[in-house]
Design a binder for this molecule. Structure first.
Ligand code: OSB
Ligand code: MG
Length: 369
């Protein structure tokens, strides 16, 4: 396929409710939607789920826009590409960091490629599941009553696992109270890097609550302290922010920093990189699951395809469109039935982009030929 153009849409969508983590509160979601078009007129869609500020990672929507416009697009447009992996041979592999920008383009090309091949995205990447397990991530709330109410309503909706965001001062008591309500429900916590080894006593306490895992307790740059903690508690450590590539995963594996990985395709550079990381994790015996970054329905489609891979062993942070948005930009919107999301069988991402809605949410648009 020869790529004729890339189009970027800088989108802002209100969240149905503010989402609070240890690194801040998000009330609206910013991202870049990417459309890639090839010479024959076929198109593919991807998403850069970088938000307005550098809080989850250094990437922001404005910054990734610049990286795509001024660097990535130059190496993709006009190029004859056999498969999406090919873009990783050129300029893309020389750009340090900016995995989210690379991911948005990589994903658009995977959608395009699978449409041309007449396959679903899931099949094109080697997915094997026809439905994926859906979990839900629950932010920090004003008080315990409102948290418990939110947790219960999500359990009633059928989600198969809940994840509670924690931060210093919103941790042990929160877990204890939720466990009282749901003694056996699959549950884990995510600190987004808010702690360090001086909190060892807290982690020893949390160790008593039968959590499936503790996600990213320490800094986004750390592997060593995580490996120390992993030796001192029974609850498995899961890494999110620290795993930015397959190479980082190999290091984490060698020093025992984690026994589970939350794979976010956008964090590591897209589906090409997800497949490399996935295959390493399968060979090393590290179970993975697919995490999210509040993606719109377009990014969510790529998450669903990734979650259909055989190495995915835990419920994913892939919930229904309605968990975050009043209206999504795909048709049909993503829905959860009995705790599962069906993997689409149609060509490519398997959902249609609602272009008039996309344009309504787009603040800025750029066609690069
Ligand atoms: O750490 O997994 C995280 C959302 C934004 C930034 C970081 C994280 C999250 C989530 C929600 O936990 C994931 C989702 O439902 O999309
Ligand atoms: Mg996380």
């Amino acid at each position: 396929m020869q790529i004729r153009s890339l189009e970027m849409f800088h989108v802002k969508m209100d969240l149905v409710a503010p989402f609070e983590t240890s690194f801040g509160i998000e009330k609206e979601r910013e991202c870049i939607i990417i459309r890639a078009e090839e010479r024959g007129g076929e198109e593919g869609w991807g998403e850069v789920p970088a938000s307005s500020g550098p809080w989850y990672s250094h990437e922001t929507a404005k910054c990734e826009w610049h990286i795509i416009e001024d660097f990535i697009s130059k190496d993709v447009i006009g190029k004859e590409i056999e498969k999406p992996q090919d873009i990783w041979k050129g300029v893309v592999s020389r750009i340090r960091g900016h995995n989210m920008a690379k991911a948005g383009v990589d994903m658009a090309l995977w959608d395009l490629y699978s449409r041309i091949e007449g396959k679903s995205l899931s099949k094109a990447i080697g997915g094997e599941k026809d439905r994926i397990e859906s979990g839900v991530s629950i932010g920090i709330k004003r008080n315990l009553e409102s948290l418990i109410e939110t947790v219960k309503s999500n359990v009633e909706k059928g989600y198969r696992r809940i994840k509670l965001k924690i931060k210093p001062g919103w941790d042990l008591e929160v877990v204890r109270e939720v466990r009282k309500e749901l003694p056996d429900f699959p549950m884990h916590v995510d600190a987004n890097g808010a702690y360090d080894m001086s909190y060892l006593r807290l982690f020893r306490e949390l160790d008593r609550y039968n959590l499936m895992m503790i996600e990213q307790p320490f800094s986004f740059e750390d592997l060593v302290q995580h490996s120390e903690l992993a030796r001192l508690i029974r609850t498995p450590i899961c890494l999110d922010e620290s795993i930015t590539s397959k190479e980082r995963a190999v290091e984490a594996y060698r020093i025992g920093s984690c026994s589970i990985i939350n794979v976010k395709p956008a964090r590591i550079g897209g589906l090409t990189k997800t497949l490399e990381l996935h295959d390493f994790c399968v060979s090393a015996g590290i179970p993975i699951w697919i995490g999210g970054l509040l993606e719109t329905g377009i990014g969510r489609a790529h998450l669903v395809a990734a979650a259909s891979l055989p190495g995915v062993k835990y419920p994913n942070d892939i919930s229904a469109s309605s968990r975050y948005y009043r209206e999504d930009i795909v048709i049909p919107e993503w829905s959860v039935e009995d705790g599962f999301i069906r993997v689409p069988k149609g060509r490519g991402i398997g959902v249609e982009v609602a272009e008039e809605k996309l344009l309504r949410f787009a603040q800025r648009r750029l066609l690069i030929k």
